[in-house]
Design a protein. Structure first.
Ligand code: ADP
Length: 804
């Protein structure tokens, strides 16, 4: 037998050591950590361990696992309270069998050490059975997966099962080995104190309290407390079954909040408030997480701040109304790729260069996850971003919360977007509706939809107005029929029959309005679709009375134009003949002198000896007669075609120019010519012959039109300009036609000069003579660009001489 002491061993007195060696029990000392610092040989032999060799053995290693927990506890409390404690526990014999011992723990004055003396118990059979029962009970409790505790009637912890040890973090997850050395009994105060306060007598009870979980977070527990009584009725223990109710509390809270928030969504609360509330939920459930929501504009080009209650205001500035593609930060990335972006350690990524990265650095946030919120059509509608100081894998509970929150945010954002889109569409619709009404009003066109067979009709506002019907009136074909002009009623009925047969129609009819006015209406209808087998018509009714009047006026204008042209042709002819007469006169006077010379010769013949009187006289008579006749012809022609002096009226050149433009408007339209006029205001009047001057202008306009007929590839524009130059009033017709050569400008005015197949070549020469007759002049010049300008100017009416 030997005494085994390790280096720092106490006791040091050899006598004491001998005493201890000869005591009839197992003796050892433990230090503050529970490590055996001394033991006698009996313990070594009993346990089969050479404690001298195996240093730093925790004394729990010789204890039965079921007893270790509370036995170690007792040792600690003996050490703390410096009082003597006696407990029963099983110690492992060298053959592996456990024997019951009475352990007496005595604190040593020296440095928190405890001296243990274990005496083997030779208990009665019934005691043993009792202990076995107890041991079996503990084994059972230990096998429970629910944390369970045994508490003494004095509210001290006696035993904690493995699940409890794991929950509190005294046993690593999944570990079966006992690791009691670092157990902090005070942790159990979180249950002991409320229990002490709560437990009255021996009733079972349910106690709720918060305790710190192995992961460091406080969690709510709900404990079933059952008092364990002896046969005698004496309370031996409280049995405590701990239920971790944090998850179900969270779930209930989350569910409650979900209902509340979904209710907000259903009531149409703007998404900003809903998102704010969702952030608060996350705050409550995962306090170390910072979260925010960004929404995307309807065109998905811009971010809008949704909610970020706990983030500094700079965060808003980074995103609110900023382009989604502005920089490649996590939120933009997630929005564009529609995939969640996770940054576990910001400083290690190039995200730190982005505006959001800079913000995170400045706020010591190293972890971020940007989750896209997708619309039902798969487009990004928003972003849910969560930020943390450092990366922790999201726990299943946290993931669930984040998922639920993102889901509800999606519903809310989606709803807001729909509402926005709806409002936008409604505004657009109202605008286009207003436009349609205005357009119908301006064009005097009403519209209708009609199911003739069923007698169902929808009329536009303008429809009612055109037919002069009360807007409150139920639409019906009969109401329209009442307005139809009696003479057109048959036509109208025939068209309705065509409609019933499913044919479209396009016809003009008259209606009589309540003020007895007759209006011309053009009705147009087409089958657009069928409901069952009856055709549905859509169509328009247009009040074409004004157009018809204008057309009639135009027709009258055209007739007038025709007449004007005929007159011009007449005058042209007259003027031509007048010009011809001049040349004929010139031509005729030459032969006349010849005739006269012949007559003289004839006279000379008569003077011959003998004179041939008879033939000479005949010749002379014939000659004289012809001469007289020729002279008479010339005279008569002159008399007939001699220009009468023009009727001199006060004339506004602008006014007659406008009249000519109106007359030639149709010609221009047909030839796709655009007329522009630059008629000077305040133009002084001229004195002249209205018809003649109109003929001149018409001639110039027609020449301009004809010069542009063949032109392709440039605008055909005709410009009519008037101006005043000192005492003269000038009118120019500028065309963009074939143009003239600079040196042929004068030839245009020569009579019979023409380049046209059917031209007479007298229009310009007559025009010039008319203008000259008015004391003016006329000339043509090639334009700088394409085309020609023909101008005339005539003197203005002299202002009235001041009366003396
Ligand atoms: P007509 O039109 O019958 O030929 P006009 O005396 O009016 O007779 O015109 C004489 C000619 O002058 C035309 O054939 C044409 O060659 C030329 N002419 C007249 N006006 C223009 C014009 N605006 N541009 C180019 N050539 C013109």
């Amino acid at each position: 037998m030997s005494i085994s002491l390790n280096e720092e061993a106490t006791p040091t007195e050899p006598d004491t050591a001998l005493i201890l060696e000869h005591l009839p029990g197992l003796v050892w000392t433990t230090d503050a950590t529970g490590t055996i610092s001394y033991c006698n040989t009996r313990l070594g032999e009993y346990a089969g361990i050479d404690f001298g060799m195996s240093r730093s053995s925790h004394w729990a290693s010789v204890l039965h696992p079921d007893d270790a927990m509370y036995a170690v506890q007792y040792g600690q409390s003996a050490r703390r309270t410096k009082g003597h404690t006696v407990i029963n526990a099983r110690l492992r014999r060298n053959d592996g069998e456990f024997r019951w011992f009475e352990l007496s723990a005595s604190p040593l004055a020296d440095g928190g050490k405890v001296c243990w003396l274990a005496t083997e118990l030779h208990e009665s059979a019934s005691d043993r059975t009792q202990e076995e029962i107890e041991s079996r009970f503990r084994r059972f409790v230990n096998s429970l997966s629910v944390p369970a505790l045994l508490i003494t009637p004095a509210f001290e912890l006696e035993f904690a099962n493995q699940a409890a040890l794991r929950w509190y973090g005294f046993l690593p997850e999944g570990s079966e080995q006992e690791a009691l050395a670092d157990m902090e009994p005070r942790k159990f105060d979180e249950i002991l104190l409320p229990l002490k306060a709560h437990m009255k007598g021996e009733q079972t009870a349910v106690v709720s309290y918060q305790a710190q979980h192995a992961d460091g977070t406080p969690r709510w527990l709900e404990a079933q407390v059952v008092p364990i009584l002896e046969k005698s009725g004496e309370l031996t223990n409280y049995f405590v079954l701990q239920n971790d109710v944090q998850d179900s509390r969270d779930a209930a809270y989350l569910l409650g909040k979900e209902m509340e928030i979904l209710d907000m969504v259903a009531r149409g609360t703007p998404s900003a408030s809903v998102l704010q509330e969702l952030c608060n939920v996350v705050d409550d459930l995962i306090p170390d997480l910072l979260c925010c929501f960004l929404e995307l504009s309807l065109d998905r080009k811009f971010f809008r701040m949704g909610a970020a209650p706990r983030l500094p205001s700079e965060f808003r500035e980074i995103f609110d109304r900023k382009s989604v593609a502005a920089d490649k930060n996590a939120c933009s990335f997630a929005a564009l790729t529609k995939k969640a972006v996770e940054i576990q350690n910001l400083v290690e990524t190039d995200h730190s260069n982005t505006s959001m990265g800079q913000f995170m650095l400045a706020n010591k946030l190293n972890y971020c996850r940007a989750i896209p919120i997708l619309s039902p059509y798969g487009n990004t509608a928003g972003i849910f971003a969560i930020l943390r100081q450092q990366h922790f894998e999201l726990k299943p509970r946290e993931l669930q919360i984040v998922d639920r929150v993102a889901h509800i945010a999606g519903i809310s954002i989606d709803r807001t977007r729909h509402e926005e889109a709806l409002v936008k569409r409604e505004t657009q619709f109202k605008r286009s509706q207003a436009q349609l009404v205005a357009a119908q009003r301006i064009s005097s066109t009403g519209s209708f939809t009609s199911d003739i067979q069923r007698g169902e009709n929808i009329w536009s506002e303008e429809f009612y107005r055109i037919f002069d019907l009360d807007p409150e009136l139920e639409p019906s074909i009969d109401a329209v029929r009442e307005r139809i002009h009696p003479e057109d009623l048959e036509l109208f009925n025939v068209e309705m029959q065509r409609g019933l047969a499913g044919e479209g129609s396009d016809f003009v009819f008259r209606i009589i309005r309540t003020d007895a006015s007759v209006r011309f209406i053009r009705g147009l209808a087409k089958v657009t679709h069928y409901i069952g087998d009856h055709p549905i018509f859509m169509g328009t009714v247009q009040d074409i009375t004004e157009t018809k009047r204008a057309e009639d006026a135009l027709r009258r204008g055209e007739e007038a134009l025709l007449k004007a042209r005929e007159e011009l042709a007449y005058v042209s002819r007259a003027m031509t003949i007048s010009a011809l007469t001049t040349s004929i006169a010139h031509e005729v006077s030459q032969p006349l002198s010849g005739i006269l010379a012949n007559a003289n010769a004839c006279v000379r013949l008569l003077a011959l000896d003998p004179p041939d009187i008879a033939s000479a006289a005949d010749t002379a008579r014939r000659t004289i007669r012809d001469t007289m006749r020729a002279t008479e012809v010339v005279k008569r022609l002159r008399a007939m075609f001699n220009r009468q002096s023009p009727a001199m009226d006060e004339i506004d050149l602008n006014e007659i120019a406008r009249e000519v433009i109106a007359l030639s408007a149709r010609d221009m339209r047909e030839r796709s010519i655009v007329l522009e006029s630059g008629l000077a205001s305040g133009l002084p009047s001229v004195r002249g012959d209205r018809i003649q001057l109109q003929q001149v202008i018409l001639n110039l306009v027609l020449n301009g039109i004809e010069a542009m007929v063949e032109i392709e590839g440039r605008p055909r524009r005709l410009l009519v300009l008037t101006s005043r130059e000192e005492e003269m009033v000038t009118l120019s017709i500028v065309d963009a036609g074939v143009g003239i050569a600079a040196d042929s400008a004068e030839r245009l005015f020569e009579p019979f000069f023409t380049t046209k197949r059917n031209g007479m070549g007298i229009g310009l020469s007559i025009s010039r003579s008319i203008i000259e007759n008015h004391g003016g002049s006329m000339w043509a010049t090639p334009n700088d660009g394409p085309g020609t300008t023909v101008t005339f100017s005539i003197p203005r009416t002299p202002p009235l001489a001041p009366s003396v």
